[in-house]
Design a protein around this ligand. Structure first.
Ligand SMILES: CC(C)(COP(=O)(O)OP(=O)(O)OC[C@H]1O[C@@H](n2cnc3c(N)ncnc32)[C@H](O)[C@@H]1OP(=O)(O)O)[C@@H](O)C(=O)NCCC(=O)NCCS
Length: 189
């Protein structure tokens, strides 16, 4: 993990750079997150997704970055290390009082199935445990989202149970499968 010029964390993996989203990313976010296949597996992404939705979302980020070390709440752009193009996003919502955070993510459809989210998720898990001092990372997956369940398992998460009919999405109740990853004893912070 490095800090950028304004003190925000920047995480590098083999093929990716995870860093802050900028207002200049709005059109690209809208075009990638606007795919209905992303809407179908997520709770907070609207459909249709317009650039103003991205503007509203990204405009909340500077406030989060100002307190990322205290609140553990932040969103990273997932960018290609080679081309710098935005591919998706991954974020944390922290509950520092309980040393806990929830992780969420989406990846543009053209990049699916190439191991990118597994790579990004592992990196954010390391950052959460080692840099932030998170003890418990959580993530919830709609029943049927096998790709996301696999991403989580590959990043060290264990399935803890199913919350039945947790969400009402498009007129149908959806079960949520809950996963968590506890900080290994070997992590120092
Ligand atoms: C879930 C998502 C992030 C996965 O990203 P990805 O980069 O394609 O995932 P990976 O390539 O790292 O694949 C992870 C595993 O899932 C498998 N996988 C991919 N698509 C799958 C599918 N439709 N069904 C079952 N397994 C699938 C991959 O083969 C891989 O397993 P492997 O390593 O054993 O081969 C992406 O599909 C996405 O953004 N979906 C919509 C939004 C979403 O679901 N967000 C998460 C909400 S909890």
């Amino acid at each position: 993990m490095n800090l950028d010029g304004s003190g925000k964390p920047e995480i590098e993996t083999g093929r990716l750079v995870l860093n802050a989203l900028e207002m200049t990313d709005c059109a690209r976010v809208a075009s990638l997150a606007g795919d209905k296949r992303i809407y179908e597996m997520t709770l907070l992404i609207p459909h249709p997704y317009e650039p103003h939705h991205a503007e509203g979302w990204i405009s909340t980020h500077p406030g989060h970055w100002a307190r990322w070390r205290e609140d553990w709440t932040m969103n990273f752009a997932i960018r290609s290390k080679v081309s710098d193009e935005l591919m998706g996003a991954i974020g944390l919502v922290g509950v520092p009082r309980h040393k806990r955070a929830e992780m969420g993510y989406w990846l543009g459809v053209p990049f699916w199935g190439q191991g990118f989210m597994s790579e990004a998720a592992r990196a954010v898990v390391g950052f959460a445990f080692e840099t932030l001092g998170v003890n418990r990372l959580e993530a919830g997956v709609f029943d049927g989202n096998e790709a996301s369940a696999k991403v989580l398992r590959k990043a060290g998460f264990v399935e803890e149970g199913v919350l039945r009919a947790r969400f009402l999405k498009d007129g149908k109740f959806v079960d949520e499968r809950m996963f968590a990853n506890l900080k290994p004893a070997s992590c120092t912070s």
